[in-house]
Write a new protein. Structure first.
Length: 185
């Protein structure tokens, strides 16, 4: 009986207080639960438990319904311009000419030239900007248009020291520049 008492005393005072002893007890418990579960289940056929399992993949889209993805392979519709109004290309070229300005131009004159060609949001962002900070001097080629929708286009204008990227939206006043971005080569 003293041997049994010593074994229990060793178990509770030393073995279970160490990390190794606790890990050993947890491992014995896990293997015991797994072994008991295997003895109780005793199933010969692994598919027996899933009686309503489908025989083919579940699809939620009709394959004949067409493409419903976010990305479309179809070309976007061309931009809509009312008769007699400026096209997006014309607006971009006029805006680029006004943005490049001319030597000795005051900030007020520069902003007054940009205002009729830009949205009120862009005009606010350009308030306080200095025309001397424009990093280019001239347009070197025709604009390249990326049609996004009937009312939104992106135009890239090559300049002598980079590219001017303009995003244009249509409004009651025709096409207006909403975003101005400068891209270095």
């Amino acid at each position: 009986m003293t041997a049994m008492r010593r074994a229990l005393e060793f178990l509770f005072t030393r073995a279970l207080r160490s990390r190794l002893g606790v890990a050993l007890v947890i491992a014995v418990l896990i293997f015991g639960v797994i072994g008991a579960a295997r003895l109780i289940s005793d199933s010969a056929d692994p598919t027996e438990g899933l009686s309503s399992r489908p025989d083919r993949p579940i699809t939620t889209v009709d394959p004949a319904a067409g493409d419903d993805g976010v990305l479309s392979s179809a070309a976007p519709p061309p931009p809509v311009t009312s008769p007699g109004a400026r096209t997006p290309e014309q607006t971009a070229e006029r805006f680029a000419a006004a943005w490049l300005g001319r030597p000795g131009m005051s900030a007020e004159e520069w902003q007054a030239g940009l205002r009729p060609l830009s949205t009120s949001a862009l005009s606010e962002k350009l308030t306080g900007a200095d025309p001397a900070s424009v990093p280019a001097e001239k347009v070197t080629g025709p604009p390249t248009m990326r049609e996004r929708s009937e009312t939104f286009v992106e135009l890239l204008l090559p300049l002598d020291s980079g590219r001017l990227r303009l995003e244009l939206v249509t409004s009651n006043d025709g096409w207006l520049v909403d975003v101005l971005d400068w891209e270095r080569p």
